[in-house]
Design a protein around this ligand. Structure first.
Ligand SMILES: [Mg+2]
Length: 289
């Protein structure tokens, strides 16, 4: 039986979004085992486009002081792009951005609202940022995942008025969602997460996006270093991602050498030995939610 057939069987046994994270874990384990059996690093198995990838780093929803402290630390580490979780309260989001700017004036922002704004609020944020002279690199999932009209509306205004691209994250969990985004011109970028759609599901979405000229970024949930390592290998090997987003520094310090912003993947994937640990952690995360 080929790997493809085994993965199809797994897809039937663990279908849909509800099983996506555990399906992704099983898929990762199998693909990594195959790569190791033929002594091929994962990034080469996925196409070998590159053995390195650049990441931004996330600042969670915290007070302005805490955000400034993190931004200062990340500036020292060499991060020039900060992904900022916003969407809880418009005014405090702006205060946090001002605090970050005061310690890291040259940083670029990616805003990730995690569905938190209404369409009007999202446009207001862009307006206030423009008044501050800030143009975010990207605005991720400004509105609720089912608010397709709102997402398209924000995308149109963001691009036409402020030159900002909008990314679909929670709105794109399956290949059907990807088709809907393409057809309705709902977003400019799709955020791929392996735990959101599984590995094969992610590859299907990537295919749809590439054919339609939609840009791609890759991120992760609250995931293990192993899972993020796999995503890093996939992204570097495919070479079609503009952005890689990591939540925390520790997520990319195990599977490859740490070198400032650009992560050079090692020739060994180093994933197999602890994949069961990863699966266990994933399952725990699912159960707690
Ligand atoms: Mg997101």
């Amino acid at each position: 039986m080929t790997l493809g057939l085994v993965l199809e069987e797994i897809g039937r046994a663990l279908p849909g979004h509800g099983f996506a994270s555990v399906r992704a874990g099983v898929e990762m384990a199998l693909i990594d085992a195959i790569a190791n059996s033929i002594r091929l690093p994962l990034w080469r198995l996925f196409g070998g486009a590159s053995n390195s990838i650049t990441t931004d780093i996330t600042i969670p929803i915290v007070s302005p002081n805490e955000a400034a402290k993190l931004a200062s630390e990340y500036r020292e580490r060499g991060f020039s792009t900060l992904k900022l979780k916003v969407g809880k309260d418009l005014n405090s989001d702006i205060e946090v951005m001002k605090a970050i700017r005061s310690v890291h004036p040259d940083c670029e922002f990616i805003l990730d609202a995690n569905e938190g704004y209404s369409a009007n609020e999202a446009v207001e944020v862009l307006e206030k940022l423009a008044e501050m002279g800030v143009t975010p690199k990207l605005f991720e999932q400004p509105v609720h995942r089912d608010n397709w009209d709102g997402l398209r509306q924000v995308s149109d205004v963001a691009k036409e008025k402020y030159g900002v691209s909008v990314a679909a994250d929670e709105s794109c969990r399956s290949v059907d969602d990807a088709h809907r985004i393409v057809k309705g011109k709902v977003a400019h970028v799709i955020n791929i997460k392996l735990a959101k759609s599984g590995v094969l599901g992610a590859l299907e979405i990537i295919n749809v996006a590439r054919n339609a000229g939609i840009r791609l970024m890759i991120g992760g949930m609250v995931e293990t270093r192993l899972a993020m390592g796999f995503a890093g290998h996939l992204a570097a090997g495919l070479g079609c991602f503009d952005l890689w987003s990591c939540l925390q520094v520790h997520q990319f310090q195990r599977s490859w050498r740490f070198s400032s912003l650009v992560k050079h993947l090692t020739d060994q994937s180093h994933l197999s030995e602890s994949v069961l640990e990863s699966l266990h952690e994933r399952w725990l995360c699912r159960s707690i939610k």
